[in-house]
Design a protein around this ligand. Structure first.
Ligand code: G3H
Ligand code: 13P
Ligand code: ZN
Length: 320
């Protein structure tokens, strides 16, 4: 058993309490390789933002559990070396079983999500409660979910949203003991959220009703990529074949971040940014074959994207 405390990581409790008071959200950026980790930490140190490094079960399989533990520890030391010991959470994104959550806790995670949102309500409650009881013994924080987002996440996909029922949240939080709650209010996973011409609209009214039921309780938004149109155009200009799509408008996310939303998950926009930079090098410099020559620009573009998110969407700058 490796305690996250020995790796220099923190859990999400204090960060969320502060972010609700301060009207900003903590960035939760997914990672599974070194360049992504460097970009995240570089951007967060430069903007003095706390950060949640999150790892999906697919990412954990890809990167290896042991390497991830050292990468997270490395992230802590890297931030110090860059000049600011920002608070760093290592979080399991969309944990689907008790066993996976337990294993992540044993490998140094400071926070886990148990996503029982696809289960019948009572089963979601029972599974989430079981994870909370285990995790809290080790001071690890737990995120649960109510409501189903449209889109794809690992092996699970849903065609339509099922918005979170405000009537259920108080009961869920009480029965499970979770530390934060992911809700479904119109965001969705992946790079293909809405067709151009559609009007994405986060249901801030449902969010307000949820806040009324559980005042001051930390709320999480998944599926919060905005699918930057200039980056999609760049991918397609350099030989990509992405279909037209738009994401969640950044001003709507900024409005949500000012409320009880204290964690905003962004993965797809980072994937798009890296892909655009790599494609550009491949087309403009086809003679290159040193991975540093394309992964380096991908890392730079990713860091710029994260800086932008922190400064203009999350508002978490200067909160480390
Ligand atoms: O919500 C899902 C995240 O974007 C992780 O995606 O399961 O493909 O790693 P992944
Ligand atoms: P996006 O696909 O919108 O980036 O959402 C990521 C996410 O919710 C990870 O859990
Ligand atoms: Zn998600």
């Amino acid at each position: 058993m490796i305690s996250y405390k020995n790796l220099g990581l923190v859990n999400s409790s204090a960060l969320f309490a502060k972010s609700i008071q301060g009207g900003y959200a903590i960035p939760a950026f997914n990672f599974n390789n070194m360049e992504q980790m460097q970009a995240i930490i570089g951007a967060c140190v430069e903007t003095k933002s706390p950060v949640i490094l999150q790892v999906s079960s697919g990412a954990r399989k890809y990167a290896n559990q042991t390497l991830l533990r050292y990468m997270a520890q490395g992230a802590v030391e890297y931030a110090k070396e860059l000049g600011c010991a920002i608070p760093i959470v290592l979080h399991l994104d969309h944990g689907d079983t008790f066993e996976l959550c337990k294993s992540c806790i044993e490998y140094g995670f400071s926070s886990v999500m148990i996503d029982g949102s696809h289960l019948p309500y009572d089963e979601n409650v029972a599974l989430t409660k079981k994870v909370v009881e285990y995790a809290h013994q080790f001071d690890v924080t737990v995120e649960g979910e109510l409501g189903v987002l449209a889109g794809v996440e690992d092996e699970v996909s849903a065609a339509h949203h099922t918005y979170t029922e405000p009537d259920q949240v108080e009961d869920f939080v009480k029965k499970t003991g979770v530390d934060s709650l992911a809700i479904s209010i119109g965001t969705s996973h992946g790079a293909f959220k809405f067709k151009p011409g559609q009007k994405p609209q986060i249901r801030l009214d449902i969010l307000a009703e949820i806040e009324r039921r559980i005042p001051g309780f930390p709320i999480v938004l998944h599926g919060s990529s905005s699918v930057p149109q200039d980056i999609v155009a760049e991918i397609n200009q350099y030989g990509g074949k992405l279909k037209d799509s738009i994401g969640i408008p950044e001003d709507q996310l900024r409005a949500a971040a000012k409320s009880a939303v204290c964690k905003i998950n962004i993965d797809s926009d980072g994937r798009l940014a890296m892909t655009a930079a790599i494609r550009k090098v491949f087309v403009e410099k086809p003679e290159e074959f040193d991975p540093r020559k394309y992964l380096g620009p991908a890392r730079d573009k990713l860091k710029e994207l994260y800086r932008h998110k922190i400064l203009h969407v999350l508002g978490s700058n200067d909160q480390a």
